[in-house]
Design a protein around this ligand. Structure first.
Ligand code: GLN
Length: 501
C-alpha cells in the first residue's frame, strides 16, 4: 500500500514538473505567512515559493484552500509544493518530503482576559477551539487527550471564542498575535511547544526539493528572508484595524441606545463592505465576484444537467416501453445509482482531486461535477414527465409518418417538460444553493466570499446575513422567471393536443 502511495505521488510529481506553472498550495488566513491582499495572496511563504519558481524559470501561482487540504493537494499532484506555515511533524513526513526549515516558532493559548490562562491543567475538559488539521488540533487530541472544537481558520476559532462558543483557542503565535490585536478582551500565553516551518513537496520529487532548499538557504544568507519577515509582519499588523467611528468621537453627551446601535451597524457595514482591502478594492468585491462565480457555475451546470437529463430520460423510458437501447439503459442505471447514492460534496472532491486532477480551471471542474450530479435528478424528473404522456401520442406521431426521435422531440418532450416544470424548477433551485459548497475546492463563490469577509473582520452578522439575502433574491427572481415560463407554455402551442389558445 505504501509503495503504491509512493508511486502515485511520484507520478503526480513528475506530471506536475512537466507543467510550466509552479503551483503552491496554501491557506491565506495565516498572516504574515499568507493572507489575502484583496484577491491576491501575499506573505512570507508566497515570496519563498515565488523565488523557487524564479530559480526554476517557471511561472508561479498560489492556490488558496483549507489548511487540511494543503498537504493532500501536494500528494495528489494538484499542487507542486505546499507552504502554509506548515510545521514539520513525523506524521506529515510519511506523506510528503519537507525542505530545510525556514523559521522556528510555536503554538500558544489565546484566552479571554475575564478568565486569564494559568497553565495547561486549566485547559483539561474545556472547549478548545483550533484550526482543523493543525498541530494545535493534534496538541489537544494527543497531549490533552480530548476532542477540540475544529474551525476552518484561527480567526474563525477566535470569533467563536468571542461569541462564547469555546473557552480557549490554541494556535501558532503569529496568527494568534494577529487575532488578539485590537481585541481588548483577548490575550496570549507563552509557548506551549516549539515547532519549525518548512515547505512540503511530493515524496520522491528530489529535483524540486533541492530547488526549495537552495532557495531557502540563499534567502537566509542574503537577507531576503529577514526582509520578507519584517515587511509582511508590518503589513499584517495593519490588516486588522478596528474601524474608528468619527461620529461617536464627535458626539457630545451620552448617545441614545438607538444612536449607538445605528452607529455600530454602520461601522460594521463600513468594515465589512466598504473598507478597502490591500489591493484597493472594497471588501464587497469578494461578494460581487463570488456572485459571478455562483451564477456561472449554477447556470452552466443546469444546462449540462438538462442535456444529460434529457438523454438519460429518453433512453430509460424508451427502454422500459419499447425495449430500445439495452446497453445505454444499463449504463444510465449505473450512472443514476452512483450519482444519487453518493453525497454531492464527495463527488466534487473526487472530481477535483482524482478524475480531473490535471484540469486547472476550478470553475470548469465545478460545472462538470454539479452538471453531472444534477443530470441524474433531472433525468428522473423528465422520465416521470415522459411516462405521464399518453402512449397514444407516440402512436399517432408514428402513424403520421414521423420518426421515433422526431415524435419524441416534437410531441412528447414539450408536453413532458411542461408537466414537470415545477419539479424541474425545484431541482434548479436546489442546485443553485448547493453550489455554495464549492469553497471545498477553493473556489471563491458567493458563500465563500462572505466567509472571507467574516474571517478578515470577525464580524459574523453582516457577512452571513447579506450572503443569505443575496441567495434569497436569486432564488426569488428565478422562481418568478420560472412562473412566467410556465404561464407562457400553458398559453402557447407547447401542448399540440390540448392547446386551448
Ligand atoms: N503550523 C501549524 C501546522 O502546521 C498551523 C499552520 C496553519 O494554520 N497554517 O499545523
Amino acid at each position: 500500500m505504501k509503495r503504491f502511495a509512493f508511486a502515485v505521488s511520484l507520478a503526480a510529481a513528475l506530471c506536475a514538473a512537466a507543467g510550466e506553472t509552479l503551483t503552491m498550495a496554501t491557506e491565506a488566513t495565516f498572516p504574515p505567512y499568507e493572507f489575502l491582499r484583496g484577491q491576491e495572496i501575499a506573505g512570507i511563504d508566497v515570496e519563498i515559493c515565488r523565488a523557487v519558481a524564479e530559480r526554476l524559470g517557471r511561472e508561479f501561482r498560489a492556490e488558496n484552500m483549507d489548511f487540511d487540504s494543503v498537504i493532500p493537494a501536494v500528494t495528489s499532484g494538484k499542487a507542486d509544493l505546499a507552504a502554509a506555515g506548515i510545521t514539520v511533524t513525523e506524521d506529515r513526513k510519511k506523506n510528503v518530503d519537507f525542505s530545510v526549515p525556514y523559521v522556528t516558532t510555536g503554538i500558544v493559548v489565546i484566552y479571554r482576559n475575564e478568565e486569564p490562562y494559568t497553565g495547561v491543567d486549566q485547559l483539561k475538559g474545556r472547549k478548545i477551539g483550533v484550526q482543523s488539521g493543525t498541530t494545535s488540533d493534534a496538541y489537544v487530541l494527543d497531549t490533552l487527550k480530548q476532542e477540540p472544537e475544529r474551525f476552518k481558520s484561527t480567526p474563525e476559532a477566535c470569533a467563536a471564542m468571542l461569541a462564547g462558543r469555546c473557552a480557549f483557542v490554541i494556535a501558532d503565535i503569529d496568527p494568534a498575535k494577529n487575532c488578539v490585536k485590537g481585541e481588548e478582551k483577548l490575550a496570549i500565553s507563552d509557548f506551549l511547544s516549539s515547532e519549525s516551518y518548512a515547505v512540503a513537496v511530493a515524496k520522491g520529487n528530489e529535483e524540486l526539493l533541492k530547488a526549495v532548499n537552495e532557495t531557502i538557504v540563499a534567502a537566509k544568507a542574503d537577507g531576503r528572508l529577514e526582509k520578507w519577515v519584517a515587511e509582511y509582519t508590518a503589513e499584517a499588523d495593519k490588516l486588522k484595524e478596528t474601524f474608528e467611528s468619527g461620529a461617536s468621537a464627535a458626539s457630545d453627551g451620552e448617545p441614545s441606545w438607538f444612536a449607538k446601535a445605528w452607529q455600530s451597524i454602520s461601522d460594521d457595514f463600513y468594515l465589512c463592505f466598504l473598507k478597502k482591502t490591500g489591493d484597493g478594492s472594497p471588501r464587497a468585491m469578494y461578494l460581487l465576484s463570488g456572485l459571478g462565480i455562483t451564477l456561472e457555475v449554477a447556470l452552466f451546470a443546469i444546462l449540462l444537467g438538462l442535456f444529460i437529463g434529457f438523454l438519460v430520460a429518453v433512453i430509460r423510458s424508451s427502454h422500459d416501453k419499447y425495449g430500445y437501447f439495452p446497453v445505454l439503459n444499463a449504463v444510465s442505471k449505473i450512472y443514476l445509482t452512483i450519482i444519487r447514492g453518493t453525497p454531492m460534496v464527495v463527488q466534487l472532491l473526487i472530481t477535483y482531486y482524482i478524475i480531473l486532477r490535471s484540469v486547472d480551471s476550478k470553475v470548469l471542474i465545478a460545472i462538470l461535477a454539479f452538471g453531472i450530479n444534477s443530470g441524474a435528478y433531472q433525468a428522473e424528473i423528465l422520465r416521470a414527465g415522459i411516462v405521464s404522456i399518453d402512449p397514444g401520442q407516440m402512436e399517432a406521431g408514428r402513424a403520421l409518418g414521423l420518426s421515433y426521435w422526431r415524435t419524441m422531440l416534437k410531441i412528447i418532450l414539450p408536453q413532458a417538460v411542461r408537466n414537470v416544470l415545477p419539479a424541474l424548477g425545484n431541482e434548479f433551485i436546489v442546485l443553485m444553493k448547493d453550489t455554495s459548497i464549492v469553497g471545498y475546492i477553493a473556489l471563491i463563490d458567493l458563500a465563500k466570499g462572505g466567509d472571507i469577509i467574516r474571517s478578515q473582520t470577525y464580524s459574523v452578522y453582516l457577512p452571513y446575513l447579506t450572503v443569505a439575502a443575496i441567495y434569497l433574491v436569486l432564488v426569488m427572481t428565478f422562481t418568478w422567471l420560472l412562473g412566467k415560463l410556465e404561464r407562457h407554455l400553458r398559453n402557447t402551442g407547447a401542448d399540440p393536443v390540448h392547446n386551448d389558445s
